[in-house]
Ligand binder design. Sequence first.
Ligand SMILES: [Fe+2]
Length: 198
Amino acid sequence: MTFTLPNLPYAHDALAPYMSKETLEFHHDKHHQAYVTNLNNAIKGTEYEGKSLEEIVKSSFGKNAAVFNNAGQNYNHLHFWHWMKPHGGGSKLPGRLEKKINEDLGGFEKFKTDFAAAGVGQFGSGWCWLQVKNGKLEISKTANGENPLVHGATPILGCDVWEHSYYIDYRNRRPDYLKAFVDQLVNWDYVDELFGKV
Ligand SMILES: [Fe+2]
């Protein structure tokens, strides 16, 4: 199977001013495209060819860095575009998710603070996550292209804290980027949809 880059689910300027057209042109059209191209090249003629993206992520972890890094970043970015939407964020969560966040993470406001803190605390490139593990919601962070799939968990929300995701709009102000992400961009309906499938 050859992987391809899907279009963004919204226009490149749809997330402004929180994430600019220029950022999405670089991040989606250049960076994500490079992960797709590099993954296709890395799996050609290997045991990974023909497997699903999720299978490649799980089976290449710790075994083939070139395949894993590009497969992981493909998986992460495919979801990342859907984890945001114009006029996202807000103060109201879908009901079943709100109940679970209250139970496991001490409420929506605490979740937002702790999730952003995980992203700020990730040293260097990586991601912060809301994941489901053993039936419980947890906040976590990973380096580079890694994600919760390789740690026995299912990611239902992730924020890219590589500099390519925020440097054009926020320069070195990663905390401001994370605050804008959780307050203005998160597509909670998509998070709830993923939560419902776990
Ligand atoms: Fe990225």
